[in-house]
Design a binder for this molecule. Structure first.
Ligand code: PLP
Length: 279
């Protein structure tokens, strides 16, 4: 079975997988998700992703359908069935299917979906050259720490960026850089690595955590604080972190070059250290 889906305990080909039109994930975006990728065929930082899934579930009062051990078994089984050299695993848990009503009954059975698809690794030429980004107002809700399937503001931001021919939308809330539409944002200023603090306005990225640890191990000072658009534009280096983007230099924002206009030494060194971790 190549592209594989899993619905409530059952594996099937992705093309045959369906859920009810009354699913609250479909009707209200009432659900949570995770994206995990493999390196060497093994899920990377599975524990961290499952821990975040638990935090998201708890934050919206959603019953966790499986223990971490059970999740891990299903994920490994999905990888075995799909048999891709590298895979992208998408997990989604919604509050379940019920006649449409904003309020929900506590006893609803969650809908659990997993997909396992072929992973195309980031293009090394793009990684080496860096990408462009544009700034945009962060119009998302006040709980961006919850990995909710309700991604409309992120969708609109990324679409606007794509239409403008750039890779990522860097979001700014009340003058403060929060994160990207699909990534965390890191800024290097006077040799100090600055990134938005964990809290309600950003997703606590698994890659963000790894990269901050690597930076500290390298003796780079880290400040978890917000920076302004001006600091962003005047930075020596800007880069993105995320499961799918890894560590990706941003070389131009809103049409203006950042630093030297190429991924800088801190970005390249952290990208290298990150790849050593992934094997
Ligand atoms: N911020 C947002 C809004 C994201 O969607 C993502 C990843 O999907 C990230 C940050 C990076 O998180 P992670 O490193 O856990 O993939």
């Amino acid at each position: 079975m190549p592209e594989t889906a899993f619905i409530n305990g059952r594996f099937l080909p992705l093309a045959d997988a369906t859920v009810s039109v009354e699913d609250r994930g479909f009707q209200f975006g009432d659900g949570i998700y995770e994206v995990i990728r493999t390196y060497g065929g093994r899920p990377f930082k599975l524990e961290s992703h499952l821990a975040r899934l638990e935090r998201s579930a708890q934050a919206i009062g959603l019953r966790q359908p499986y223990t971490r051990e059970r999740w891990a078994q299903y994920i490994l089984e999905g990888l075995r069935l799909a048999a891709f050299p590298e895979a992208k695993i998408y997990l989604q848990v919604t509050r379940g299917a019920a006649p449409r009503d904003h309020a929900y009954a506590q006893e609803l059975e969650p809908t659990v979906v997993m997909t396992v698809r072929d992973l195309r690794p980031p293009n090394p030429t793009v990684q080496a050259a860096g990408v462009q980004a544009m700034t945009m107002e962060d119009i998302r809700w006040g709980r961006c720490d919850i990995k909710s399937v309700n991604l409309l503001a992120n969708v609109l931001a990324r679409q606007q960026a794509t239409r403008a021919g750039v890779f990522e939308a860097i979001l700014i809330r009340e003058g403060r850089v929060t994160e990207g539409s699909v990534s965390n944002v890191m800024v290097v200023h006077n040799g100090i690595l600055v990134t938005a603090p964990e809290g309600a306005h950003i997703l606590s990225g698994v890659t963000r955590g790894i990269v901050l640890d690597l930076a500290r191990q390298e003796g780079i000072s880290v400040q978890e604080r917000y920076c302004s658009r001006q600091e962003l534009m005047e930075a020596a280096e800007v880069f993105l972190t995320g499961t799918t983007v890894e560590v990706l230099g941003v070389v131009r924002i809103d049409g203006q070059p950042i630093g030297s206009g190429a991924p800088g030494p801190v970005t390249r060194s952290l990208a290298k250290r990150f790849h050593e971790q992934t094997g």
